[in-house]
Ligand binder design. Structure first.
Ligand code: HEM
Length: 570
């Protein structure tokens, strides 16, 4: 949600108010347009601007379609203004690679949103520069792959996670032993989430069975929303809940309030036009609703932390919250070269003694732990729910692909009783279906970096403070890389096909050190849910299924009106 938070104002935009502002605030003629010459100065084309609000109206129907329109009209490197803020849109793989990876030092941060308050402001999504680097370093092991050799795995099981870390903290180990301790940590982290996700899958299945038995059409996106929320509650907040059956549970109610939370429209508009007055003003004005909501989450997690600290190590629930508590003070520093989970850079942690040998005492404060628990809600909830909904829509409308997938699922269950972190890798066609779903409908379809200094990227000048935005949707539908881009063809993702494409032509999880830290967890959740469902049911379209699917693209890309389908028992 925060990744595209700048879009939120569009939701509240009243065209009449925009007109009012542009007509009545013209006593400030210089201020109203003075920011709008900066793109032109560096030769970047953009749509005509409206005083005070820039190109906000250009995107009033969302960003998905209008990104395409913008790039088609103004070229593959173009720009726009939201209020006084300048955006540079990049859509070519080479340039994207340069910004996300090669020039990362100058493009480390996402854009700031002056209005964000605690606990969100402490989350890794919002952190900047050195503090971001420290927190990412502490969190990276918790999200890493368990690509372990059998010996290490055995040792991890034998020694146990917390014992290994305690030894590391006592500093009594040789560098090689220390690496083993880090492995323990990684191994435990990856395996721990699987049973928690399996539990949430069982709840999802029992809820879906009701629709299969009755044969009625229903909106499966709602069920996926509940499933993902159950996972968030379980892994990040240490709370077991069936949100579909218990919509009145206080945690669930507050999560929903968190997403429904809206700011009074004119205030948003005024903030865009006059950020230097509005942001400080809003920071000091009391906001009872927001404070209550933030207070609820902060207290829930703080109470949970107090409880965990009182428990013996073996009584503690092994979830993400616990992993963070264990990582509160770390003696070893995972270097930035291992941050890029999308490109498997974390896997080589095992080979790099150098990075691990660098010992630094880093700590997470209690506020920061609360902030990190929020990343599941902020970055993981909508993205995963939407990805599952899109995959379902595409399988229901492409029955031949679904049939092929069902054969793979049946073969899988002839060999395994329960899906786990290790065995879900044995489903190549499922991997391809998910990859193609995220190509056609990338939930996080635009993400940003802020230029910290004036720079030149591949001959293009980019001024300090510009927000560089990657147009993932446009990239994923560019026929140069994806022939017949509107067709669902999972075979685009065979190993051979992938090798022939530019690696930066496909970016559903971003790239470089600031790429999605939760990619493996998100994909694991999607795979486990689809596997469990397709073992028991198959998806069918019905007269209520909207074909083609209408989309909304305010914060994330999602189905506009849900995904209505039928499920049939197998
Ligand atoms: C299908 C599911 C998901 C998709 C498509 C997705 C996509 C993305 C994208 C595109 C970014 C921006 C990358 C960049 O700026 O280069 C991102 C960042 C991030 N995602 Fe995900 N994500 C998903 C699931 C998750 C989950 C489950 C988590 C949970 C914990 C998560 C946590 C994060 C965090 C913390 C960041 C910011 C990392 C940083 O700033 O260092 N994501 N995600």
């Amino acid at each position: 949600r925060l990744l595209a938070c700048s879009i939120a104002p569009l939701r509240y935009l009243g065209p009449s108010l925009a007109l009012f502002l542009s007509l009545h605030l013209t006593p400030f003629p210089v201020y109203s347009t003075s920011a709008f010459s900066r793109l032109e100065k560096v030769g970047i084309r953009h749509p005509p601007t409206v005083p005070f609000i820039g190109n906000l109206l250009f995107f009033r129907q969302g960003f998905w379609e209008n990104h395409k329109k913008l790039i088609n009209e103004y070229g593959p490197l173009c720009g726009y203004y939201i209020g006084r803020r300048m955006y540079v849109v990049v859509s070519e793989p080479e340039m994207i690679q340069q910004i996300l990876v090669k020039d990362f030092g100058n493009f480390t941060n996402r854009m700031t949103l002056g209005l964000v308050s605690k606990p969100v402001v402490d989350s890794i999504l919002c952190l900047r520069d050195e503090r971001w680097k420290d927190v990412r370093s502490l969190l990276t092991p918790a999200f890493s792959a368990a690509k372990m050799k059998e010996g290490v795995l055995g040792r991890a099981r034998e020694k146990g996670h917390s014992e290994g870390r305690k030894e590391a903290q006592r500093g009594t180990k040789t560098p090689t032993q220390e690496i083993y301790c880090i492995f323990n940590y990684i191994v435990c982290a990856s395996f721990l989430m699987t049973p928690l996700i399996n539990q949430a899958c069982d709840v999802l299945l029992s809820n879906l069975k009701i629709y299969a038995d009755s044969g009625t059409a229903f909106d499966i996106q709602r069920c996926y929303g509940c499933f993902t929320l159950d996972v968030v509650a379980s892994v990040a907040f240490g709370t077991q809940v069936d949100s579909q059956k218990n919509p009145d549970n206080v945690f669930i109610k507050n999560c929903r309030r968190f997403f429904e939370f809206s700011v009074f429209r004119p205030i948003i508009m005024l903030t865009i036009a006059f950020p230097f007055i509005m942001i400080p003003l809003l920071r000091i004005l009391p906001n009872k609703n927001q404070d209550q909501l933030n207070g609820f989450f902060i207290n829930t997690i703080k109470n949970m932390i107090a409880l965990r600290d009182q428990q013996n190590a073996n009584e503690r629930r092994r979830d993400f919250l616990q992993l963070m508590l264990d990582a509160r003070s770390s003696v070893s520093y995972v270097g930035m070269e291992h941050f890029d989970i999308v490109n498997q850079a974390d896997v080589s942690i095992q080979e790099s003694d150098k990075a691990l040998a660098k010992k630094v005492q880093k700590t997470l404060t209690e506020d920061e732990i609360v902030g990190q628990a929020f990343i599941f809600l902020l970055a993981g909830y909508e993205t995963t729910t939407n990805a599952l909904s899109f995959a379902t829509y595409l399988l229901a409308t492409n029955p031949e692909c679904q049939e092929k997938l069902l054969q793979g699922v049946d073969k899988f269950f002839r060999k395994h009783d329960v899906p786990s972190y290790q065995n879900v890798h044995e489903l190549p066609y499922l991997d391809m279906v998910i990859a193609e779903t995220l190509r056609m409908y990338p939930p996080a379809f635009r993400f940003t970096r802020e230029a910290s200094k004036d720079c030149t990227v591949m001959g293009q000048r980019i001024p300090a403070g510009a927000i560089v935005e990657t147009a993932v949707g446009h990239l994923h539908h560019n026929p140069e890389f994806w022939p017949e881009p509107e067709k669902f063809i999972p075979e685009r993702f065979t190993t051979e096909a992938k090798q022939q494409r530019h690696p930066f032509a496909y970016l559903p999880f971003g790239a470089g050190p600031r790429s999605c830290i939760g990619m493996r967890l998100g994909v694991l959740e999607i795979k486990m849910a689809l596997l469990h469902i397709l073992q028991n049911f198959k998806f069918e379209t019905c007269p209520k299924t909207q074909i083609p699917l209408q989309l909304k693209s305010e914060a994330t890309l999602g189905p506009k009106n849900g995904v209505y389908i039928k499920i049939v028992s197998r």
